[in-house]
Design a protein around this ligand. Structure first.
Ligand SMILES: *Cc1c(COP(=O)(O)O)cnc(C)c1O
Length: 395
């Protein structure tokens, strides 16, 4: 089965397993072979077999992944890159010119802000960080400059704010700008920004899409042919492509995205509800909790609420650091979205690059990436880590 004609006629998990994954015609190998070749024999000068010429331009394994990604995000074209930031860099260079401006969330991923402000800023791209959940503030920021891109993460990282994608698309489009959604936290299983009016979807496929913490990658998905043409040109001309093995691992992970996201979401919901009852906790930031300010909106635009939770402690930085360093099922590490649970102290780890800026993360906050382990073990692990807070404070 190859699902070529109309992939949207099938459900998400069917597309995940089959889109772009036709069996190999010569042998019938159910899993298409990984193509490592860097170049392709030509029939005659300039006469290519099925369009394949050179590995930077096209590779069948990368094509399979790109087809799978487009089918899952509801796009017409997808582009796979060597990392999430490489994807962002190529896409921004394809769609902006010096003098253009990017309005982005004031809690955007630290590496995104660093790329836009410190690398692309030197090449004449301006930026304004703004609270994306405040649409009036966004409209004012967009109007104040020659805004080409409005950039949002929802849920955001690590403050877990929810932004109305459809409303934000209208704000962007009214001003002649494009809406970019970094959909890394939700994944295409939980949220499809293109269907809500976004123009460009960004993924760090390193996270939920790869899903096993064993490959770094990024992707851009669009539905508009002109945008696809521009991004495809930069992908080819700049060359930050994913290699065949990385593309294969990402495809393999993506096939199980739906079942993993259900489990990540269920585990996180139970952990968040447990955290809410704990006396050590000042705030639980999880959109699946009815007390979360974005809960109703998240219910509308997401299928479930995902595996990411941020927690703030009454005991401040010391309590957060104690918990971060006291777990054993949760591993203290950067990144997220893998099957194993990870613990992160953003202000010194993932978001160290925005320390001292207006994107800085509170020092009493830890971020949990809830894996697919047994939830009782996750809660027991947190419980024993919490028991160290008082002991550490008393020392
Ligand atoms: C990790 C991450 C990125 C960057 O992706 P890399 O694969 O690390 O380059 C961008 N956005 C979000 C939300 C991320 O979590």
């Amino acid at each position: 089965m190859s699902l070529p004609e109309n992939p949207s006629a099938h459900g998400f998990n069917t597309r995940a397993v089959h889109a772009g994954q036709a069996f190999e015609p010569r042998t019938g190998a159910v899993v298409p072979p990984v193509h490592f070749s860097s170049t392709y024999a030509q029939e005659a000068i300039g006469v290519l077999r099925d369009g394949y010429e050179y590995g930077r331009g096209t590779n069948p394994t990368r094509d399979s992944l790109q087809e799978q990604l487009a089918a899952l995000e509801g796009g017409t074209a997808a582009f796979s890159f060597s990392s999430g930031l490489a994807a962002e860099d190529s896409m921004i260079r394809a769609l902006t010119r010096p003098g253009d401006h990017i309005v982005l969330g004031n809690d955007a991923y630290g590496g995104t802000y660093r790329l836009i402000s410190r690398v692309l800023g030197e090449w004449g791209i301006g930026n304004t960080p703004v609270d994306m959940s405040n649409l009036d503030a966004v409209a004012a920021a967009v109007a104040a400059s020659k805004t080409r891109l409005v950039w949002v993460e929802t849920p955001s990282n690590p403050m877990m704010k929810i932004t109305d994608i459809a409303a934000l698309a209208k704000v962007a489009h009214d001003a002649g700008a494009l809406l970019v959604v970094d959909n890394t936290f939700a994944s295409p299983y939980l949220q499809n920004p293109l269907a809500l009016g976004a123009d460009v979807v960004v993924h760090s496929t390193t996270k939920y899409i790869g899903g096993h913490s064993d490959v770094v990658g990024g992707a851009i998905i669009v539905k508009d042919a002109e945008l696809a043409e521009k991004i495809g040109f930069v992908q080819f001309a700049v060359g930050a492509i994913s290699g065949p093995m990385d593309a294969f691992l990402t495809t393999r992970g993506l096939k199980t995205l739906g079942v993993r996201m259900d489990r990540h979401s269920d585990n996180a919901q139970a952990v968040a509800e447990w955290l809410l009852e704990r006396p050590e906790v000042e705030a639980v930031l999880y959109p699946g909790l009815p007390s979360h300010p974005g809960h109703e909106l998240a219910r509308k635009q997401m299928k479930k609420f995902g595996g990411m939770i941020s927690v703030q402690f009454k005991g401040g930085e010391a309590a957060a650091r104690t918990v971060a360093e006291s777990t054993s099922v949760f591993t203290l590490a950067e990144s997220l979205g893998g099957i194993e649970s990870l613990m992160n102290y953003p202000s010194e780890m993932t978001h160290a690059s925005v320390k001292g800026t207006e994107l800085a993360v509170p020092v009493n906050l830890i971020r949990l990436s809830c894996g697919i382990e047994d939830v009782e073990d996750l809660i027991a692990d947190l419980e024993q880590a919490f028991s160290k807070i008082a002991a550490a404070a008393g020392e």
